[in-house]
Design a protein around this ligand. Structure first.
Ligand code: NAD
Ligand code: DAU
Length: 353
């Protein structure tokens, strides 16, 4: 195998955030081998990487991280030197309907990767296992305050409980075995290639097609939104320059209630689609609240900003406008990723290339 400076296993690279991380690493570090290992669940689509998948430093492995033997095989096949771990079941509503898949992928899958890294690296310190996690592990905030890295864990959904458990395993492998880990806990991401079950891409799709806009409860829950490419740049900074054994919060100080955000999207899209002002807002429909719905998330990212000089690159207004434009220009992507038959077709096509 050609000499690469690093051989990085990126798990979940066919998903929303993972595809942005893979794209950034492939382009910025041509001397790194990037091995994208992904099970290709409903949320993983190789279509997300079609613009970069012919680059010489890219490899794809279809891998279920729950299968420990296969995880070990990928480590030895590519002599993996580093891991950026994003693979997960990521949707809170799905975790309420069916928690066990979340336990398997998020907890058992993470433990399998940690074990393979420990067995392969054998105590060497010149490696990094970067675990990508969420602010949801901290629970729910009241009207005041921000999550810091010292906020006690208080997960409240099956999704966040599975991510909190995975975080604890990561820290346990650092403390017990000296595995060189780094961790990041990020707020809500938005941007291109976001599967249209999450709030922002679902609302864009429904506004475009004049379908009801389902707002859970009163719409007064608050989320702190970050441009996905800024999350990718934060992961890059932490992976390279963060301190081993530390976690870093990532967020953009950009809080919105869900209803304010959806109204803003409606205005933006009325303008872009040439509709009369207020037309799309008429689609707003209040529906039964999510069980155990966390009230507010908000991140204090000052550790990341002060230690590593990271800051978000664009405002929410600019990022949301670019996101809407991407969805309006890529309607075929939405149709493809929401069609099961397309996935089978594309996997066959990819295997034959
Ligand atoms: P996503 O659902 O878009 O993508 C997840 C990817 O993981 C998919 O490509 C899927 O095929 C893959 N995957 C799922 N199960 C797998 C398995 N058993 N083996 C191998 N691959 C598997 O998720 P996302 O929104 O891109 O999130 C990526 C990571 O970032 C997750 O760990 C998530 O917890 C974390 N995170 C997400 C956000 C957010 O706002 N989306 C915020 C903070 C942290
Ligand atoms: O905070 C980081 C987390 O953000 C990530 O760890 C998760 O992987 C990611 O899915 C996201 O979780 P949320 O539950 O916050 O995202 P979601 O897009 O599902 O919902 C955002 C808010 O919008 C939440 O308060 C629920 C509400 N909502 C969501 C949907 C899908 C609605 O009101 N209507 C909807 O149809």
């Amino acid at each position: 195998m050609k000499q690469f400076a690093k051989k990085i296993l990126v798990t979940g690279g066919a998903g929303f955030i993972g595809s942005h991380v893979v794209r950034r690493l492939l382009k910025k570090y041509p001397d790194y081998l990037i091995v994208n290992a992904d099970k290709l669940t409903y949320a993983g689509n190789l279509e997300n990487l079609i613009d970069v998948d012919s680059l010489p430093n890219y490899r794809f492995e279809k891998l279920d991280i729950v299968d420990a033997d296969s995880v070990h095989s990928v480590f030895s096949k590519y002599e993996i030197t580093d891991v950026i771990h994003l693979a997960a079941e990521s949707h809170v509503d799905r975790s309420i309907e069916g928690p066990m898949e979340f336990v398997m992928t998020n907890v058992v899958g993470t433990a399998n990767l940690l074990q393979a890294a420990k067995d392969t690296w054998k105590g060497e310190s010149n490696h990094v296992f970067h675990h990508v996690s969420t602010d949801e592990v901290y629970g729910s905030l009241g009207d005041e305050g921000l999550f810091t890295e010292e906020t006690p864990y208080d997960p409240r959904s099956p999704y966040s409980a599975s991510k909190a458990s995975s975080d604890h395993f990561v820290m346990a492998y650092f403390h017990t075995y000296g595995l060189p880990i780094k961790m990041s806990n990020c707020s809500n991401n938005y941007g291109s290639h976001h599967f249209p079950e999450k709030l922002i891409p679902l609302m864009i799709h429904n506004i475009q097609h004049k379908k009801p806009l389902p707002i859970y409860g009163k719409g007064d829950n608050i989320r702190d939104w970050l441009w996905v490419e800024d999350h990718a740049s934060a992961i890059d900074a932490i992976f390279h320059n963060g301190r081993v054994g530390e976690s870093y919060n990532v967020g953009g100080l950009n809080e919105w209630t869900n209803i304010e955000l959806v109204r803003f999207l409606c205005q933006l899209m009325d303008e872009k689609l040439g509709r009369k002002t207020g037309e799309s807002e008429e689609l707003i429909t209040y529906v039964t609240d999510r069980a155990g719905h966390d009230k507010r998330y908000a991140i204090d990212a000052s550790k990341l900003e002060q230690e590593l000089g990271w800051t978000p690159s664009i405002t929410f207004e600019v990022g949301l406008s670019k996101t809407v434009d991407w969805y309006l220009e890529n309607q075929s992507w939405v149709e493809k990723v929401t069609s099961g038959s397309y996935k089978d077709y594309y996997q066959t096509m990819y295997a034959n290339r």
